[in-house]
Design a protein around this ligand. Structure first.
Ligand code: AMP
Length: 277
């Protein structure tokens, strides 16, 4: 596995890789969720390129950029074991050169949910994804359902800018007790870790209600809210039952929908979602 840190070195190394090339874009602090994306890319592509870049422009001023976990040695070990061929680990100046001023706004899909809770977040995401796609030029790119809105933002970006890359969305990897694996889980104290299970319990309760025939979106939101409210350490940010393609809040479930939520547990912000229908 080759590790490169500049765009120029990346282009040279990329040119030698047989296609199709699969890309996995990450912010490091890699875990089983990231590994599943690399393994899927490995199984479906002749070459696999991973990137590790903690993108400052997708963090708000009050967010956890400074304390975001970084462990490059462990990340490279995981990527090597999972089968990556090439890893791009650029310093910030390599992505955002002097006078950098362009940004990409993908419109309404970026506005609700995470977009409303984290102003500017998806502008940062769409912009860095476009830059990384241009540098890596993958035929396919693998993203996690865990960040469902991000997947929709990237699909919009790719469609609207006619980028020649196929987006593959992979299932959320969970701990055995149901907690969605996340780089931010390592911030949780043991008591907070236990409380965090409420997120998965809430989604499971709403999914069960749906499977039992409930089609009223407000009832499903209430069900999620009740389970979260029963856990005193959890502070709910939003609960959503939305159209899976547009993220418009629903009154009734008539087709594919997304149950999603964001909550704070102590100083840690967690998100999780469950597609239904
Ligand atoms: P991040 O490093 O958090 O930017 O995530 C990089 C990629 O890994 C994104 O496509 C995420 O959606 C994906 N990812 C993060 N957590 C998980 C998970 N638990 N299961 C599957 N994919 C994940």
């Amino acid at each position: 596995m080759e590790v490169v840190r500049t765009g120029a070195a990346l282009r040279t190394a990329r040119a030698r890789l047989p296609g199709p090339v699969g890309a996995v874009l990450t912010m490091g602090a890699l875990h089983a969720g990231h590994r599943s994306l690399v393994e899927r890319a490995r199984a479906e592509c002749r070459s696999v390129v991973a990137t590790i870049f903690v993108n400052p422009t997708q963090f708000g001023p009050a967010e956890d950029l400074a304390r975001y976990p970084r462990d490059e040695a462990a990340d490279l070990a995981l990527l090597g074991a999972a089968g990556a061929d090439l890893v791009f680990v650029p310093p910030v100046e390599e992505i955002y050169g002097p006078g950098f001023a362009t940004s990409i706004d993908v419109g309404p899909i970026a506005e609700p949910l995470e977009g409303a809770a984290r102003p500017g977040h998806f502008r940062g995401v769409a912009t860095v994804v476009a830059i990384l796609f241009e540098l890596v030029r993958p035929e396919r790119a693998y993203f996690g359902q865990k960040d469902a809105q991000q997947c929709l933002v990237v699909r919009r970006l790719v469609a609207d800018l006619a980028l020649p890359v196929e987006i593959v969305v992979c299932p959320t990897v969970r701990e055995p007790d149901g907690l969605a694996v996340s780089s931010r889980n390592r911030y949780l104290s043991p008591a907070e870790r236990t409380a965090a299970l409420a997120l998965h319990r809430a989604l499971a309760a709403a999914r069960d209600a749906y499977l039992a025939g409930e089609r009223d979106a407000a009832a499903l939101r209430r069900r999620i809210g009740e389970v979260l409210a029963a856990e005193p350490l959890v502070r709910v940010e939003y609960v959503s039952v939305a159209d899976a393609a547009t993220l418009t809040e629903l009154e009734r479930i008539g087709g594919p929908a997304l149950l999603s939520q964001a909550a704070r547990i102590g100083t840690t912000r967690l998100i999780d979602n469950e597609p239904i229908g």
